[in-house]
Design a protein around this ligand. Structure first.
Ligand code: ADP
Ligand code: MG
Length: 369
């Protein structure tokens, strides 16, 4: 379900293992639809499209977080679906998501749910300054407003159209990290190593994966928390959980994604089993062997902005000079049009040690401008 880059990389992983794939996506030129054996051109709630997808498939997964949970539940009447619509519904709603974290005993940012004027007026003063986030449909920092005072908060809530929101206390971040786990139907769970993430303007910019990228005790905590969060909903499939490391040395959970995640892309080049192969394996009921990281990795996201470095009309970045760097692995998603802030691809620098991978990433970033 879904035709974006996550679907494209899933399709590639599945095809490498001999599977045929079908993608349901309305856009005729989507990254995943264009590389799949079958492309069902339909909306997510179109009954005929869903029936056609079920007909073509032995098992069904999603690459798109906001696929209607009801569509997954409908498909699950005919074929195994992972993750389940119920789990996806929790990840789609920041209020439900936070309630799940609390249920699992994993601390998250102090927050308040705002759905009514009364709740808005009752927000405790110590949640400010904070970030107002729409409960649904936010991504890459969209649907978020930083607010410092009750009147700014009120204006911001008006500004988002008074939709249900979560107000989160603005936390002093020391670092951000994430953990990808895969859990099979039999409850077997494996994970990728902890990923350290750097965001710019709310969008993931860099992921670093090597020993010592985060304080080891906090990394272990993040892995344990992610496993508890997956276990707590009987999750089947690939799940990514994002965390904040705070200035006082504590760790809090931020959010979860019911699918492979941008911060796990390095695993295609730095580990023997990628997050997309894990997704294929959970879906096909294949064994989940523990992935082994064989290279230090630094991933740079390639946003559409890179296409506008020299002129107002888009031009392709200088890939040749980047590819001349040892350990450079280029992934482009085949999107027709570059736009500012749009994820066009990523570059992973892999090396035998962290220092070399980091130096390579710095050089690549300098070459790309
Ligand atoms: P999205 O769904 O857009 O990824 P997130 O909730 O993960 O939304 O927020 C995007 C980024 O904004 C985070 O990765 C972090 O850098 C910053 N951020 C979000 N919430 C907080 C917070 N409570 N305190 C400080 N920074 C935050
Ligand atoms: Mg996020």
């Amino acid at each position: 379900m879904g035709g974006g880059q996550l679907g494209r990389m899933f399709v590639h992983a599945a095809q490498r293992m001999g599977y045929q794939t079908a993608v349901l996506e309305a856009d005729g030129e989507s990254p995943a639809g264009r590389v799949s054996h079958h492309h069902v051109r339909s909306g997510y709630t179109d009954a005929r499209g869903l029936a056609q997808l079920a007909e073509l498939s032995q098992a069904i997964t999603t690459e798109f977080e906001n696929v209607p949970a009801a569509a997954l539940q409908q498909l699950a009447k005919h074929r195994p679906v992972a993750p389940a619509g119920e789990a996806v519904a929790i990840a789609q709603d920041r209020a439900l998501e936070k309630a799940h974290f609390v249920r699992c005993g994993v601390p998250c940012a102090p927050h308040a749910v705002i759905e009514t004027r009364e709740q808005l007026a009752a927000v405790p003063a110590d949640l400010l300054p904070g970030i107002l986030k729409t409960a649904r449909l936010g991504y890459d920092g969209k649907g978020q407003v930083r607010v410092a005072t009750p009147s700014e908060l009120a204006t911001a809530w008006e500004g988002v159209g008074r939709v249900p929101c979560v107000l989160e206390k603005l936390l002093p971040l020391a670092f951000e990290c994430s953990v990808v786990v895969a859990r099979g139907r039999d409850g077997v769970m494996v994970q990728l190593p902890v990923q350290r993430n750097l965001h710019r303007d709310g969008i993931l910019a860099v992921t670093e994966v090597y020993e010592g990228n985060v304080p080891p005790a906090l990394g272990a905590k993040a892995v344990a928390a992610t496993r508890a969060i997956a276990e707590g909903i009987g999750y089947v499939g690939v799940l990514c959980v994002e965390f904040f490391g705070l200035a006082d040395g504590s760790l809090v959970v931020n959010e979860m994604a019911p699918r492979p995640h941008n911060s796990g892309h390095w695993s295609m080049d730095g580990a023997d089993i990628s997050q997309f192969e894990l997704q294929v394996r959970t879906l096909a009921g294949l064994p989940l062997a523990a992935p082994r990281q064989h290279s230090a990795a630094v991933m740079l996201n390639l946003l559409g902005d890179l296409w506008f470095r020299s002129a107002a009309t888009p031009s392709e970045p200088d890939w040749a000079s980047v590819l001349a760097l040892p350990g450079a692995q280029l992934h482009l998603y085949g999107k027709r049009e570059a736009r500012a802030g749009r994820k066009m691809g990523h570059l992973t620098m892999v090396a035998a040690d962290a220092e070399t991978a980091r130096a390579g990433a710095l050089r690549a970033a300098a070459l790309l401008g």
